[in-house]
Design a protein around this ligand. Structure first.
Ligand code: OKP
Ligand code: ZN
Length: 342
């Protein structure tokens, strides 16, 4: 199984994030996550670690707003020019638009930061844009493999992507890797995205909400209890031509293997009925019982079982790395998930 990976992500490591309630903590989304995963995969010769191809900006611009991408590209350097009386570590906003971003886009850098950065877990440092681009190219390289006949491929993406919307970053995500890949695949055949990260793939939901050619499904902690709070509810099912082509499966906190499998079964049934040519998995391992951010309790054996159930769809499948923050367990969890495709 090919694994696309680019070490450029090391340039992206915001020193802290701000939790809900205002607590300032060391970023949970760390470069070390990738080292742990690589360690686990490199011990198995069936994984082939490959450098991604650069497919340029066009497939990313097809999903994200150009002014937003410009902001990501230039924000840090612009910020360095701002006179401040504090040491510059990471760009984070302290304002957000009260009108749901319906008004004009602010001219000032800090105004644009408040406009495009929709929470405090997506700080921008010098290497953020380059890392996010490299991450998206891993997903595109995976998509390219499927188009040229591969049955399965793993995009080892960092930073993750599924909270990034058409014109915003959030929750450690800047460019929506899975959405960029799925959008590209969709020009070759109907594509389904199944998001199993603990958190709802709200950026992915946003990007495909009015489209019928890409089915998006997310299984996640009920947003009535956990981040990202504002979407991921069961009554959000798509709009316009996309009505019926989005599904959310919110789960109660504390959900264990058996209940998760029952919900997964419903999601997989919808994917079968859609008859996609390609499947993209947003694979977050924060569903794991011992994850420091997740509050459901899926065992490692459960993660392996989820992999087997998805693989049984027998679809050309691109697995895209999203979250998972128990670094000691992360490599083994990813390896357990991928076993079914080897
Ligand atoms: C990204 B992914 C905890 C706040 C954490 C950010 C979570 C981002 C998760 N109180 N906020 O979906 O794994
Ligand atoms: Zn997550």
């Amino acid at each position: 199984m090919k694994v696309f990976y680019n070490p450029t992500h090391h340039q992206h490591y915001p020193p802290f994030e701000v939790f809900d309630g205002g607590e300032k903590v060391v970023n949970f989304e760390k470069p070390e996550r990738m080292e742990r995963i690589l360690d686990a995969l490199q011990s198995d010769p069936r994984f082939e670690i490959c450098a991604p191809t650069d497919f340029g900006l066009a497939p990313i611009q097809a999903v994200h707003d150009s002014a937003y991408l410009d902001f990501l590209r230039t924000a840090y350097q612009e910020w360095l020019l701002e006179p401040t009386n504090y040491p510059k570590q990471v760009l984070l906003p302290a304002t957000s638009p009260p009108d749901g971003r319906k008004g004009r886009i602010p001219a000032t850098l800090l105004g644009r930061a408040g406009y495009y950065m929709t929470d405090l877990s997506c700080g921008i440092v010098e290497g953020t844009y380059q890392a996010a681009l490299a991450s998206a190219q891993c997903a595109l390289s995976g998509a390219n493999e499927l188009i040229t006949g591969a049955r399965q491929v793993f995009a080892l993406c960092r930073p993750p992507g599924h909270h990034a919307g058409r014109a915003n970053c959030a929750g450690y995500c800047y460019i929506n890797n899975a959405a960029v890949a799925a959008n590209w695949l969709s020009s070759h055949g109907k594509t389904a995205i199944l998001d199993i990260d603990y958190h709802v793939g709200n950026g992915t939901q946003d990007i495909f909400y009015e489209r019928a050619d890409v089915l998006t499904i997310s299984i996640h902690a009920d947003p009535d209890y956990d981040y990202p709070y504002f979407s991921g509810f069961a009554d959000e099912t798509g709009a316009g031509p996309g009505l019926g082509f989005h599904r959310n499966y919110p789960l109660p906190l504390g959900t264990t293997d058996a209940d998760y499998f029952a919900t997964l079964g419903q999601a997989l049934e919808r994917i079968r009925a859609f008859q996609p040519a390609y499947l993209v998995i947003s694979a977050g391992m924060d569903i794991y019982a011992e994850d420091p951010l997740g509050q459901i309790r899926i065992t490692r054996a459960g993660i392996a079982h989820i992999g087997r159930e998805i693989a049984a769809l027998q679809l050309p499948t691109l697995i895209v790395m999203e979250g998972g923050y128990n670094n000691a367990a992360l490599g083994l969890n990813v390896a357990a998930f991928l076993q079914a495709w080897l």
